[in-house]
Design a protein around this ligand. Structure first.
Ligand code: SF4
Length: 258
């Protein structure tokens, strides 16, 4: 479990090289989201993010980042201790702000693991990534004054400026097998999603099929998902996109380490 200690704010250019990685938690569970939902996986959650979504479901990696710096050897050793799993999900926070994530991914690939990287799509790294699970952040993610968890308005402008980087996003899509996963609050998000998907398609050589585009209901608890999942499923059908559940919330609600 995480050790409470302050994680330095990563620089905006995301070159936080250092000894090892700031790790918020490592745990074994089922992948809850996306095309690999249901697959037993070890999750390595780094701390620190270059964005601040108001609905962030890993608050202690973004708004109040905590964790312990760990060397790559010890992380790989803990992954290997979960002998049932062949899949590793590198998540955050934003794992690609950390240069050392590349070494971790290289070590995991050499050990034969399938790796998924959960990223907000604003940073490109050259690494052995089997599935880039890219979750571009929509305008509805911006921490406006009425929904800023800290209430000080510090991140509204910075988040809005940095939430989409088409250069990094298109490089990721060109380089890796990709799913584009959007957190959807309601139907007002769809025009922005269809516009962004069109921009990605024109900026890349890769084929982005409609079922590579995933709509995921916003909500961190079963109660919150009860208010969004039905409408988001209907929106997926209307637009020909794929719906993805939040299986871990359906199974374990908001329990930590799931
Ligand atoms: S990009 Fe992801 S980790 Fe960062 S604040 Fe948004 S939801 Fe949280």
């Amino acid at each position: 479990m995480p050790v409470a200690s302050d994680i330095e704010e990563p620089s905006a250019d995301a070159d936080a090289a250092g000894e090892g990685l700031p790790i918020n938690e490592v745990f074994y569970s089922l992948q809850g989201e996306g095309i690999l939902a249901g697959v037993p996986s070890v999750f390595v959650r780094t701390s620190g993010c270059n964005l601040r979504c108001w609905f962030c479901d890993s608050y202690h990696t973004s708004w109040e980042p905590t964790g312990a710096w760990r060397d790559v050897d010890s992380i790989v050793e803990e992954v290997r201790s979960h002998e049932q799993a062949n899949h590793v999900v590198l998540t955050g926070g934003e794992p690609l702000i950390h240069e050392e994530s590349v070494e971790l991914l290289e070590r995991l690939a050499a050990a034969g693991y399938h790796t998924t990287v959960e990223t907000n799509g604003t940073i490109y790294r050259d690494a052995p990534i089997d599935l880039a699970s890219i979750s571009p952040k929509l305008a509805s993610s911006t921490p406006t004054p009425d929904r800023d968890p800290k209430g000080d308005g510090e991140w509204e402008e910075k988040h809005e400026q940095n939430r989409i980087d088409m250069g990094a996003l298109s490089r990721l899509v060109d380089a890796y097998e990709t799913q584009l996963k959007f957190v959807v609050t309601d139907e007002t998000d769809l025009p922005e999603i269809t516009d962004l998907v069109a921009r990605v398609r024109s900026a890349t050589d890769a084929t982005v099929a409609n079922d590579d585009v995933l709509l995921m209901p916003e909500g961190m608890t079963r109660e919150q998902l009860d208010g969004t999942r039905g409408r988001v499923a209907e929106l997926a059908m209307e637009h020909g996109f794929r719906y993805t559940p939040r299986l871990h919330v359906d199974l374990w609600n908001d329990a930590p380490g799931t």
